[in-house]
Write a protein that binds this ligand. Structure first.
Ligand code: URA
Length: 187
């Protein structure tokens, strides 16, 4: 599958009921040859209107953290587990995540990132099958068949709880450090 096939398949998807409420599908943004793939949960209201991930309040806070860490945007691609907005921004159901997973897998196969950052439990559960609470998972690196996975908070959680901002930022810095190590052939 190439990008065009994947994008057309997402745009025409009726694989779960989320398709009924969408204004736009939200596929992803960033460098399609990125080293780091950030994965959120699903589009919110603004993302649904614009068809672009992480452009609402949570996205703006995420961008601020990337700026504070001087993160080079050419290193990253940003996507979600589900490509259509769940009603009232509820968490996507397991079956919705599973119905949409082939698209995220397709993006992963095309981008071939060295690092995947699961932002929130939905991404961590869907991609890594984790069921533990976030306080046990956050900040942990895992090597899955050569790809390095990190679980961290979802940026929307930082809007609700200020105390999570610093650990999230530390995780972003940890991603940057791993990226440097990859570039220097240490990893
Ligand atoms: N939350 C997400 O998980 N993804 C977005 O694109 C926006 C908010």
């Amino acid at each position: 599958m190439n990008w065009e096939d994947l994008e057309n398949a997402v745009k025409n998807c009726t694989g779960c009921d989320l398709c009924k409420g969408r204004t736009n599908v939200v596929i992803g943004r960033g460098n399609k040859n990125a080293t780091v793939l950030f994965v959120g949960e699903g589009p919110g209201e603004q993302e649904d209107l614009e068809g672009v991930p992480f452009v609402g309040k949570a996205g703006q806070l995420f961008e601020l953290c990337l700026d504070a860490a001087c993160f080079d945007r050419s290193e990253i691609y940003i996507a979600n587990v589900v490509k259509c907005r769940p009603p009232e921004n509820r968490n996507p159901l397991d079956e919705e995540c599973m119905a949409c997973l082939p698209f995220l897998r397709g993006q992963f196969a095309l981008i071939r990132p060295r690092v995947v950052v699961c932002m929130g439990l939905v991404a961590s559960k869907t991609l890594l099958r984790h069921t533990e609470p976030m306080n046990r998972l956050r900040g942990k690196w895992e090597n899955v068949k050569g790809t390095l996975f990190l679980t961290t908070y979802h940026p929307a959680a930082l809007l609700r709880n200020e105390t999570l901002k610093m650990p999230f930022y530390e995780d972003i810095l940890s991603v940057k450090k791993v990226l440097e190590e990859i570039k220097n052939n240490i990893l």
